[in-house]
Every structure is written in C-alpha cells, then in structure tokens.
Design a protein around this ligand. Structure first.
Ligand code: ZN
Length: 235
C-alpha cells in the first residue's frame, strides 16, 4: 500500500527531488580556439616550447605562465586518463605542485605572476578533488568524452531504483540514534563500493553509457551520504 503511495509521490516529482536540484543556466561551450595556451611568454615574449607539462615557466626569464584555459586535469596531475588512478601518485603530485606554486615563492614577483600562481593553485586543488573522488572522476571522464548527465530530470533513472532511493530516504528520516545512523552509513558505503566497481568495469570495457547510468546512481547515494552527514552534526 505504502509502495503505491511512494510511486504516486515519485510521479508527482516533489518527493523524489533530483540530486542536481534546479537546472542552472547552460554552461557556455568553450571553442577550440579559446582552449589553446598562449605560445609566447607574457613577460619577455619568448616563444614557449609547447610540449612542457603544466605549470609552465619561461625558460628564459623564469616567469610563471598562466594556466591552460582548458587544462586536462589528468595531465595536470600526471595521471593516465583512466578511471582507475594511482592514489599515491596523485597525492605526491598534488603535494609537489602545491609546493612549487606556493604564494610565498611569488611574493616578490610581479602582480601578474602572483595572480597566475593563485589561479594555478586553485586549479590544482580542483584537479586533486575531482580525481580523488570516484564519482567526480567518473563524471569528468564522461565529460572529456562529450557525455554529460542530464541535469534536473529523473528520466535517466529507472523507477525501481528511484523507489529504492525513496525507501532509503524514509529509513534515513527514521534513523534517530547513532547505531542506526552508522548502520545506514555502512549500507550506503557498500552500495557506493559496488557501484564504483561497476563503473571501473564499464570504463575498462569502453561502455560509456553503462558508466553514465551507474554514475547517475552514485550521485543519488552521494546525496544520501550528505544527508547522513548533516544528521550527525549535533544541534
Ligand atoms: Zn619569459
């Protein structure tokens, strides 16, 4: 009986809010032209070698160059463009880039370079966060392949799955002690682990549509994880 009620609420849409919330304005598509890095040093005008890996310094005047407009986060972090990443290597690269780009090194440099160092730093932070988390890493890999999740709709998810999420949501609102919350945390962590394995398999087999389907599910569970976290914060 309550299942039918849930189904009804699902179709109504209000209770089964999409994990993406309201659809935002469309992001501007960057053209290839705006994605190419400058080929000469902003400071001394020397032609820069194109193959050097980011961040680039001018070989002549040593000036830090601006970040590439459409930097490949995998390349930036020295990782192969695959779903499976070497976390130790990722962490090492993150630390060495953070050291090399630390604002202290640029405090005596021109303002332009100080600004570039800040831009590089935030790009490195973004790259590290994106590649460390399986969900954002998978979504980024899809994006590189020209595939984006449909935002603001539930059309991609099957009704059975949405019903499962609704049931977990109900359980979550009923979970009123630490033991129950921990039980739910473990349950969702196990779900995410299984989905992550599935995503890895899908990418290994070049099945991007399957990867997309599983990542959409991971996004729902990530939302539940957020809700659980908020529940744990004492008021
Ligand atoms: Zn230069």
């Amino acid at each position: 009986m309550w299942r039918a009620a849930l189904s009804h609420r699902l179709r109504g849409g209000a209770a089964a809010a999409s994990p993406w919330g309201r659809p935002g304005p469309p992001r501007p598509r960057s053209s290839l032209a705006s994605c190419s890095a400058s080929s000469s040093c902003w400071s001394c005008g020397l032609a820069l070698p194109s193959a050097s890996s980011p961040p680039r310094f001018c070989p002549s005047c040593r000036a830090l160059q601006p970040p590439e407009p459409c930097a490949d986060l995998f390349r930036l972090m020295g990782c192969k463009r695959t779903f499976q990443v070497d976390q130790g290597r990722l962490q090492q690269r993150f630390r060495s880039l953070q050291r090399a780009l630390h604002p202290d090194y640029f405090s005596q440099r021109p303002q332009t370079e100080q600004d570039f160092s800040k831009q590089h730093s935030s790009l490195v932070n973004k790259a590290y966060r994106t590649l460390l988390n399986p969900l954002s890493r998978g979504l980024y890999l899809l994006e590189l392949n020209g595939i984006e999740l449909v935002k603001g709709t539930d059309t991609e998810a099957d009704p059975e799955f949405l019903l499962e999420i609704m049931e977990i949501n109900e359980k979550l609102s009923d979970a009123n002690n630490d033991a129950k919350i921990e039980e739910m945390e473990n349950f969702i962590a196990a779900k995410q682990e299984a989905l992550t394995k599935g995503v890895r398999r899908a990418f290994d087999q070049d099945d991007l549509q399957e990867a997309k389907k599983l990542l959409a599910k991971m996004k729902y569970f990530a939302n539940l994880e957020e809700k659980l976290k908020r529940k744990k914060i004492p008021f």
